[in-house]
Design a protein around this ligand. Sequence first.
Ligand code: BES
Ligand code: MN
Ligand code: ZN
Length: 501
Amino acid sequence: MKISFSNPAAVTSGVVVVGVNEGNKLSSSAAGIDKASGGSLMRAIKASTFKGKKGQQLSIMTLAGTKLDRVLLLGLGKPTDMGLTGALNAGGAVYAALAKAGAATVAVCIDGIDGDTKTAPDLASEFGYGARLRSYRFDKYRTKEKAEDKPTLKAFKILCPNSGKARTAFASKNQVADGVFLTRDLVSEPPNILYPDTLAKRTKELAKLGIKVEIMTETQMKKLGMGALLGVGQGSIRESRMVVMQWNGAPKSKSGKAETPIAFVGKGVTFDTGGISLKPAAGMEDMKWDMGGSAVVIGLMKALAGRKAKTNVVGVVGLVENMPGGNAQRPGDIVTAMDGQTIEVLNTDAEGRLVLADALHYTNTRFKPKFMVNLATLTGAIIVSLGNEYAGLFSNNDQLSERLATSGLAVDEKVWRMPMNDAYDKMINCDAADMKNIGGRGAGSITAAQFLQRFVGKTPWAHLDIAGVTWSGKDAPVVPKGGTAFGVRLLDRLVADHYEK
Ligand code: BES
Ligand code: MN
Ligand code: ZN
């Protein structure tokens, strides 16, 4: 999808999108078309049920008196209804409405809230961003799709006052969209193609954006004593990996000392069979996206480097495949994590926490970051708690939690904080080792979080359990069904609002 911006001009042919406020108050662009058509536009509106309500659409073909192929009227609601989020969602909805409508290029007129041209550039860039986000499609393995089933729409030409400002604002959002698309690509790839080594290799493309990428092999991880992570991967013929990505975008301070980084850590189980504690067959294919946390971290790094974020960021992902097999870890095995703590593995399907234990400790001790946020499709229990609407947020720090919640609301990637305390922590105490990898019957997402907390020391930390929000079965305005990349826009926003110089 190509999105371009230029200053207002009359659109006299092809497809044009114009706004109409509630009560059928035409925007100035719509009024211009009505006039050019000798009133045909208003006649078409009156012949329909269109009222200009927010989100309403009316498509008019070959408008009488004009050479226009199609006029898409977009309901804007009351002038106060259409904020930046409204514009973002409108971009997505308009893309979806026109994607397969035949035209390759569409003109969109954005005049500003209640005709206030000052508001137009920001609305226009959000609209373009929404359209781009919605245009994502994972079709690389479809060899027989008919041309008429594929999208025809290739470009949005957005006309708005002060289009230069819109173009600049869009450029950095477009970089975030590139990060979102990378994340969606990675979670969509099948597990025979994407496994620890191939996923690690995909991160090398980030080097051309200025990100330093280090890929650790099993031999290196063994030396560091990462017994928790390696135990999970040992049943697979695919070797485990850890990838460390660094983006140093903060300006050097006067003393020449590098700014302390912030850190993001991702669970990257490229396929989760459950291991010897095997999962049931039905729905197991979903476990290809059990690397969703790592994909968010990788896409976020791409987004931040792409828009040259003025901050120092570390991204660490632990990549393993959880398979049963002759060398697989057994229920009852005791493993030693990198920090020396021992873990009795009572259920090999509670593997994500084992991977993150070593990834978090490694990140914390090597980088001593300002904070760590980890993302993981960690528990089915979080889907029982929050469904597919909110991610679970678990944290040892109120400020970080509040910032995450606020950023989440701003980009419509919502998180809900869950409780943590000593009583829950006790549930993973163990007679045979320092801890066990499962709690009791209840509070499955919380005991998983308590487990992670045992590996973060005193560093401000938050864990996002994204099991319910990583994949979606239905289209949303800026998120087509499939891999959502939930977390990339949220964390990009967190960084932009609080951690850039
Ligand atoms: N990857 C799963 C969690 C999951 C389930 C993600 C459904 C997305 C959709 C995780 O590794 C897992 O298997 N967790 C177990 C933990 C249990 C054994 C304590 C679970 O949720 O059942
Ligand atoms: Mn599992
Ligand atoms: Zn898992």
